[in-house]
Design a protein around this ligand. Structure first.
Ligand code: PLP
Length: 496
């Protein structure tokens, strides 16, 4: 199976090429030419398998240019020892029929680990096939969680180095501490005076800068991306939705064929797009519920068909969703326009020039058939954390709480009683101050570690070991730059 660019249908590359390259030359995203389908037998066969085995079966459909041994090397390396549960992800129950899919059992306590533990394996395997001998320089723009997960995934991986840019004032204290204390000889972390979109645009500009590319060529280096614009980052996310459906069957919660809703707290539209792909492949899904915080550009888009990023940017208690440009929407729209590359290039050209585009009524209708969208503010997010803890003794993080609240609104509006999976994207201790505050705890002037220790005492839950371990670590990266200086940061690091 080959991969096309969303902005140029004449591009057709192997999965190894798509993963090694990250982004197509003209700025389009790589998408599979056709989506493989899972039959009833395929899905039932997954029920008795482990997570790495399930991942193997799914990757085999997408990575047709990889050998079985290569795929096995990737899935086992990623999923056999790095997670704090053998199942890799866990499903908790609130009420009957409302399931919390905990995707944060990896080394950095956010769902990004589900993909970023395997991406280095996929990327180095791809590089051997396509760009032999060259070194890969990974560039990451992060709203907080991708950065740490990518650093942890790529640290000391031979033939690679990684530079992470994060918005100086746009991440939680714990997120910043996790990144700036990162160990490893091939890692670089830098704050940017701006928001996540500035970081993301800066990285995209570096990718498409012909002069820089020429300079890299001389050094025998190629750029690649660990953001969800990379197919190697997105495809592992499809696995856990398919796996969750198999687990619900296995646990006797549903029967094969029963539809479920999936609620996803959304920023860059990667996680929910993976759920959409799972649906297209044959997982029975009723609605995909797209939950946003006060940065509700996606809510407006899904409800009106107009994408308009010209609006106030809010810094919220769910910072990993503080995004106004959701890159992966480009992939969805490519599919919904039946692969109309010219239209996609036009819309996304408008987005970068005017900050705005509108889809046709036909496309909007297709979006609404699959998706529901809603949003909530910080006060509602915190109220949801408190409500869920008081009612079910279950502690959720701020992002998961946005999803929970939007799901409550959806149920009230539609009366839909379909069984539902809520994607839980981070461990609550990653956003300890906001979570403790939501439960009525005192956070003003209290340091991060005292807060999370107090949260432990209040809730009887436990600080995950990787977060506790950041306490005594040296801060290695103190740099902060204007966004125009990002290319220089990258070059300086590569020349070292
Ligand atoms: C990245 C992230 C999100 C948003 O996911 P997207 O794939 O960008 O939509 C939500 N919650 C948490 C905790 C995250 O780290």
């Amino acid at each position: 199976m080959n991969y096309r660019s969303t902005r140029n249908n004449s591009v057709s590359v192997t999965s190894a090429k798509a993963i090694a390259q990250g982004l197509s030359d003209e700025g389009g995203l790589f998408v599979p030419e056709n989506l493989p389908k899972l039959s009833k037998e395929d899905i039932l066969a997954l029920c008795d398998k482990s997570y790495p085995e399930r991942a193997f079966d799914v990757f085999k459909l997408f990575l047709t240019d990889f050998t079985d041994d290569e795929i096995r090397h990737c899935v086992n390396g990623a999923y056999k020892n790095s997670f704090d549960t053998e199942n890799v992800s866990e499903i908790s129950h609130l009420l009957t029929g409302t399931y919390i899919l905990e995707l944060w059992h990896g080394p950095t306590c956010a769902f990004k680990d589900m993909a970023l533990q395997i991406l280095p394996y996929l990327l180095t395997t791809s590089a051997k096939k396509t760009i032999d001998g060259k070194k890969i320089a990974i560039l990451v723009a992060t709203s907080g969680d991708t950065g740490k997960a990518a650093l942890e995934g790529f640290k000391d991986v031979e033939g690679t180095n990684i530079t992470v840019f994060y918005p100086e004032d746009g991440v939680s204290d714990m997120q910043k501490r996790q990144m700036t204390t990162q160990e490893g000889g091939n890692v670089n972390v830098c704050a940017v005076k701006g928001n996540f979109d500035d970081c993301q645009n800066g990285v995209k500009a570096i990718f498409t800068d012909a002069g820089l590319k020429a300079e890299l060529d001389k050094m025998g280096v190629v750029f690649s991306s660990a953001n969800s614009i990379n197919w190697g980052r997105l495809s592992p996310q499809i696995v856990y939705y398919i796996s969750a459906y198999a687990s619900l069957i296995k646990n006797g919660e549903i029967e094969y064929g029963e539809k479920i809703n999936i609620v996803v707290p959304t920023g860059n539209f990667g996680n929910i797009l993976a759920a959409y792909y799972a649906k297209q492949m044959g997982i029975p899904v009723n609605k995909l519920i797209c939950a946003s915080n006060a940065n509700n550009v996606l809510t407006d888009f899904i409800n009106t068909g107009v994408y308009d990023r010209n609006r106030q940017f809010f810094t919220t208690v769910s910072p990993s969703m503080d995004i106004l440009i959701s890159s992966n929407l480009e992939r969805l729209l490519y599919h919904l326009t039946d692969g109309n590359d010219a239209t996609i290039a036009d819309w996304f050209g408008k987005l970068s020039k005017e900050g705005k585009y509108s889809v046709t009524p036909e496309v909007l209708e297709k979006i609404k058939a699959d998706f529901y969208a809603g949003c909530c503010d910080d006060a509602q997010t915190k109220a949801a954390i408190k409500e869920v803890f008081d009612s079910y003794s279950y502690l959720m993080d701020t992002h998961t709480a946005v999803a929970y609240k939007v799901y409550q609104d959806y149920k009230a509006e539609t009366g839909d009683e379909t069984k539902t999976i809520i994607a839980s994207t981070a461990n609550p201790y990653k956003f300890g101050a906001a979570v403790y505050d939501a439960l009525g705890g005192e956070t003003e002037g209290v340091d991060e570690f005292t807060i999370i220790e107090n949260l432990e005492k209040l809730t009887g839950t436990t600080i995950p070991a990787p977060l506790a371990a950041t306490k005594g670590k040296e801060i290695r990266f103190k740099g902060s730059v204007e966004k125009q200086e990002m290319p220089e940061v990258v070059l300086d690091f590569l020349k070292k």
